[in-house]
Design a protein around this ligand. Structure first.
Ligand code: NAP
Length: 327
C-alpha cells in the first residue's frame, strides 16, 4: 500500500439526532474507540454476538489505511484493493451487522466503571465494555518533500510498498530495529538500499545489525539526515546531509522509507490503563489492566502492524469482550 489517498467521507448521520440532543443513543454494551481494521473487525464480531455496539471513528475514520493507495497483501483481493476502498468495505460490513457508527472523536474517557464512560466534545457514551483500537501514528521526519510525495515514493511501511520499487535505489531513514528490518526486506527488490542514520551507531539489535552490515545490497550512510525529497510526479532524488560536516549528497532513489518509530495513540488512556514504557497499551491477549477494557491493533502491537493482523486482534478483543459480557 502506498501512502496518501483520499480521506473517507463519513457517510452516515449520527443515530437519532445530533450529539447532545435527547433521543440519541448513548448507552451501549460495547464502545469501540477507533475505526481502523481492528476497530471495524471488533465491531463486526461484537454486533454479530448480539451486543449493542458503537464504533467511534475518531479523527481519521479508516485509520492509517486511508492514507494509502494500493493494498496487495490483504487476503481476498486477487488484484489488490485501494486502502480507502478496503476501509469503506469494512465500515459498510460493520454497519450492516448492526453496529452504530459515530463519526466523532473521543476527547476523554472514564474507565473506573463499569459502566465506562467515553466522552466526545458534545456527548457522553456509556458502555459495559470498551475496546481501545486507536492505532499508532508513524513518526515523521517533518520535511515538506516528505509530505508532498507521501504515497508517491514516500512510505512508512516496507512490507506494504517495497514491491513497487523493484530494481530501483531506495533510501531508508532510521537506525532502529524497524529501519534495519525494513532495509533488509527491501533488498529483495531494490538495486541498493541506503540506510541513513543520524548517528554512527545503530540502535537496532546486534543480530539484525550484523546481518544488515554483511548484506552487500545495503549501504550505510552514517551521521546523516535526509534533508530533502525531490522529484516531479514521484520521488526521484533524496538529498542527504552529513550532520557533522554539512556536506550534501543527492541519491537518485525512487523511494524513501521513513522508519523512525511510531507513536501509539494512547494519550487519552494515560493514567487509566497500564501502558508499557513506550506508551503502548499493555495487554495480556487483548485484556488491559482494567477488567472489561480491551485493546486491539497497533495501539498495543508494535511488532506486526499489518492491516490483517490488526483485524485479527480486533476479532480477539471482540471475542474476549463477548466472554466478559456473557459472564
Ligand atoms: P526505535 O527503536 O525508537 O528507533 C527509531 C530510530 O529512528 C532510531 O535509530 C532513532 O535515532 C531514529 N530517529 C528517531 N527520530 C528521528 C528523526 N527525527 N530523524 C532521524 N532519525 C530519527 O523505533 P523502531 O525501530 O520502530 O522500534 C520500535 C520498537 O519495536 C523497538 O523496541 C524495537 O526493538 C521493536 N521492533 C522489533 C523488531 C523485531 O524484533 N523484529 C522489529 C521492529 C521493531 P537514534 O538511534 O539516534 O535515537
Amino acid at each position: 500500500m502506498m501512502a496518501a489517498g483520499p480521506e473517507m467521507a463519513p457517510e452516515q448521520a449520527p443515530p437519532r439526532g445530533p450529539p447532545g440532543e435527547p433521543g440519541r443513543e448513548t448507552r451501549f454494551d460495547v464502545v469501540i474507540i477507533g475505526a481502523g481494521p481492528a476497530g471495524y473487525t471488533a465491531g463486526i464480531y461484537c454486533s454479530r454476538a448480539g451486543h449493542k455496539t458503537a464504533v467511534l471513528s475518531g479523527p481519521l475514520p479508516g485509520g492509517q489505511l486511508v492514507n494509502t493507495t494500493e493494498v496487495e497483501n490483504y487476503p481476498g483481493f486477487e488484484s489488490g484493493i485501494m486502502g480507502p476502498d478496503l476501509m469503506i468495505e469494512m465500515r459498510k460490513q460493520c454497519k450492516m451487522t448492526g453496529a452504530t457508527m459515530i463519526d466523532d472523536e473521543a476527547v476523554n474517557v472514564d474507565l473506573r466503571g463499569p459502566p465506562f464512560k467515553v466522552l466526545t466534545a458534545t456527548e457522553e457514551y456509556e458502555a459495559r465494555a470498551v475496546i481501545i483500537a486507536t492505532g499508532a501514528t508513524p513518526r515523521k521526519l517533518g520535511l515538506q518533500g516528505e509530505k508532498d510525495f507521501a504515497g508517491r515514493g514516500v512510505s512508512y511501511c516496507a512490507t506494504c510498498d517495497g514491491p513497487f520499487f523493484r530494481g530501483q535505489e531506495i533510501v531508508v531513514a532510521g537506525g532502529g530495529d524497524s529501519a534495519i528490518e525494513e532495509a533488509t526486506f527491501l533488498t529483495k527488490f531494490a538495486s541498493t538500499v541506503h540506510v541513513v542514520h543520524r548517528r554512527a551507531e545503530l540502535r537496532a539489535s546486534k543480530v539484525m545489525q550484523e546481518r544488515a552490515l554483511a548484506n552487500p545490497k545495503i549501504r550505510f550512510v552514517w551521521d546523516t539526515e535526509v534533508s530533502d525529497v525531490r522529484g516531479k510526479e514521484r520521488v526521484e532524488q533524496v538529498v542527504l546531509r552529513n550532520v557533522k560536516t554539512g556536506a550534501e549528497e543527492q541519491v537518485g532513489a525512487g523511494a524513501l522509507f521513513v522508519a523512525i518509530g511510531h507513536e501509539p495513540n494512547t494519550a487519552l488512556f494515560r493514567g487509566q490503563v497500564e501502558l508499557d514504557e513506550a506508551g503502548y497499551v499493555a495487554v495480556n491477549g487483548s485484556e488491559t489492566s482494567v477488567r472489561g477494557v480491551f485493546a486491539a491493533g497497533d495501539v498495543h502491537d508494535r511488532r506486526y502492524r499489518q492491516a490483517v493482523t490488526a483485524a485479527g486482534f480486533g476479532c480477539m478483543a471482540a471475542i474476549d469482550a463477548d466472554r466478559y459480557l456473557s459472564n
